[in-house]
Design a binder for this molecule. Structure first.
Ligand SMILES: [Zn+2]
Length: 143
């Protein structure tokens, strides 16, 4: 599991949805619980597969709409990965970087301070940053 996600109770999850202005329907709760607490940078397809084990009747449109809404209100982030057309969803809202395993595509969160960028101030003089995420492609050693 490469994602550092908060362990939220169902009530805490519902509270977060409500605070963000998202009405907590059973379907939205199921999607939010998976992506915000359990999933590991899943794609929409992976979210659909996981949520359907609990709510078999949930439609693809509901899942996609809910993911879009959770991103819109800032409870989720979209992650784009090199050489992968699918959008991934990230429930870790702390600033962090990613390491992507070349073989499996697994994405591991790296703490923001684990990656040092020497010339950040120089770069900021030349460019305006909206978001700072370093993506490292490599190999995750599995024992
Ligand atoms: Zn992440």
């Amino acid at each position: 599991m490469g994602n550092k996600l908060p362990a939220l109770t169902r009530d805490e999850l519902i509270r977060r949805l409500m605070d963000a202005g998202v009405a907590p329907t059973a379907q939205r709760i199921a999607v939010a619980q998976y992506v915000m607490c359990e999933g590991d940078h899943p794609t929409a397809e992976e979210v659909a597969n996981a949520v359907r084990t609990r709510l078999p009747m949930i439609s693809r449109a509901t899942i996609y709409n809910t993911l879009g809404r959770l991103v819109e209100v800032g409870l989720l982030r979209e992650v784009r990965v090199p050489h992968d057309e699918s959008l991934h969803y990230d429930g870790n809202l702390d600033p962090h970087h990613h390491l992507i395993d070349k073989g499996s595509g697994e994405i591991v969160d790296l703490d923001f301070n684990e990656v040092q960028i020497a010339n950040l101030d120089l770069l900021r003089e030349r460019y305006r940053f909206d978001k700072l995420v370093v993506t490292i492609e490599g190999t995750i050693p599995h024992a």
